[in-house]
Unconditional design. Sequence first.
Length: 401
Amino acid sequence: MKYTKPVYIFFLIMPMGISQGFVTVTLPFLLTKNGFPVALTAGIVAIGLSANLWRFVWGPVVDLSLSLHKWYWLSLLACIASVMLLCFIPFTVKSATLLSIIVFVSQVSGTITLLPINGLMAKRIRENKKGAASGWYQAGSLASTGIGGGGGLWLATHYNLILAGIILCAASIFFAMAMLLTQDIPYLKEKTIAHEVKGMGRDTLAMIKSPVALFVMLLIIMPIGTGAMANLWSAVARDWKTDADTVVLVTGLLCGGVSAVGCIAGGFIADRWGVWNAYLGIGIICALVTVLIALLPYRPATYISGVLVYGFCTGLIYAAYTAVILFVIGKRHTATKFSLMSSFGNLPVVYMTTFNGWTHDKFGSRYMLIAEAVAGIIFVIIFFIVLQQMKQKNMIPVLVE
């Protein structure tokens, strides 16, 4: 068997990140510039991000049909086609429904590209290299989001949106070429839909019966360190009197790079502090940083430093989040359980993006940030208390088999 080098994962995840960056940074800026209310813009973005909630549904479909390589190329094609389509639709409020549909399709395609990558990580990465692969996975996701958001916005504002779409799609294809360096994994024809659904049902039931798994499922759907503002920084930049060039640089490439560094640091913290202390502790750090941004003067300098520090903290929490999931899924049926847990984990990003947009339009940026922070602190305190009680009753195992 030919093993895959962990660094390849960094490039393979790029198309998904570029598509997501375009939807969460470039598109919101252009929509608000064309008269879309922030709440409507946030709703469109949230619809796209909601595709992550259904990732566990695509898993059995991918397992039961084509090889991982074929699924990767098909989903890549749908991903770049939908991005290009967004570049040709007029940005008017009347087209909001059509935009929402295409944004959703683009993000569904992006999430499907992840499934073959997850399969490669599980079956084509050496056991002693899977930690490194996870690091490249998170770093590539964040860095490519910066490319798709910042690069796309710069190209759209300095040249035109169509050129931005062409360059981003070409870049996606270029990065996807790394798949040619990996060995394909064929699907198992002897498996049936009924078998897969039954297996998923057993695993889900087993997780629900496990106190620690139920605790984690509840923990990751709460608004703790969601990083939801990353989807709205470009839309609210005018509140800090920040120009388009600065928004492009800060929310795109710089924030993506800083967040990737945060992922590496977050993994180090999780190893040193333990997954529970890391997740809850970093959740508090995220909340305090958000409050600080809200209270500082609304100037471009505050926007720049705030977005970057917020992005670094988002990287920290992403790494801790992944560590928590890897802890609780154990070593059996990991692909199914990871997809299912990830679907739960993406829920707070969706509802907090919508909530932040609504809060902004009602009360402004300051109270929007404070509300996000207060929600995070409240739930960190609640889950810390519950965690201590569970530890006293020996309900938190040292290792999940």
